[in-house]
Design a protein around this ligand. Sequence first.
Ligand SMILES: *Cc1c(COP(=O)(O)O)cnc(C)c1O
Length: 409
Amino acid sequence: MGAGADVLWQQDPEIADILDGEARRQADSLQLIAAENFTSLAVLAVLGSSLANKYAEGYPGARHHGGCEYVDAAERIAVDRATALFGAEHANVQPHSGSSAVLAAYAALLRPGDTVLAMGLDHGGHLTHGSPANFSGRWFDFVPYGVDAETGLIDYEQLAALARHHRPKAIVCGSISYPRHPDYALFRAVADEVGAYLIADAAHPIGLVAGGAAPNPVPYADVVCATTHKVLRGPRGGMLLCTAELAERVDRAVFPFTQGGAQMHTIAAKAVALGEASTPAFTAYAHRVVEHARVLAAALSAEGFALTTGGTDTHLITADPSPLGVEGRTARARLAAAGIVLDTCALPHGDGRGIRLGTAAVTTQGMGTPEMARIAALFTAALREEPEEAARVRAEVRKLTRSFPPYGR
Ligand SMILES: *Cc1c(COP(=O)(O)O)cnc(C)c1O
């Protein structure tokens, strides 16, 4: 738990006990939440360092606070690593989260009341893509596009028709649950035809992009929004990539428009994660993540789950469990009782909810294709409504996770 663990136990055993319990929960159960991963110990070390004490409003070389020489160096390295890794002209590594990155992208390009085309929330759009409960839906006029009822793939004809009809100021490309690669060139062509900005919200696939296991949106999008904590395996946070032309607008949209002081411990941890993501080992990891998702998806399909789009090209799998006689929420609860942790998701054109899972975390732990087949079998067993079965699956999950401790102990 790091060097501070003993001090915390001495001072605040109530919280220390919670940290201990969470570490055990992560190690003892199967982490299949598609947006989660295990960071390296190096990333964790930076997060718990003296950089957490530092105030640094502004940008390197132009701060509103003194004493920024070390954190300036860290932020410059993070920016340089991000631009090099993704081939971007400019990077902003300050957004506190994926949502903050999207907010800043909108602030850079749009005015309240502007029309924006984005994937509908019931088809896999994120809250920041026009939910009435989110600033996006309150301040902009969102028009939803969706996926085809037959194939589950993005309906590009509908997208183009909606763009021609509504003439949006921006088109958002990205989803929380779409398991295929978006056709960025097609999105760009539609945006160009109607004079719209293209914003790629690549929060999920950016880690695969880093490892060359998914197409890069940077050459196509005006602004790319990303998270650093999903497949990319860094600290919780956001990131923006854009053209040199938009650099100043994007930077001002982050600070001072939507954020205050940058979180320098997180930014330095982003630099470490981006360094890790630039290695051949990470390239191999990203490709393994996708291979594992393909194998797990095929095994789940063989067990009777109805896969959205029939499979996956990414780390992400979405499926309708109803052929096995359960709805998504029930499936999530029964799987959780057996130590298998995942999310539910919207089922475009379907009834009830589906399940959404990903292979980023279990792949970081070192699991391989044989484990994916075992996991699929555990799914079906856990969904049977028999208490003894849940206990048996729980024991199997323990056995499996014990062989792949996330931090090697
Ligand atoms: C995860 C995600 C976000 C938000 O990231 P947070 O860090 O949770 O704010 C935004 N858009 C998409 C598509 C995402 O998958």
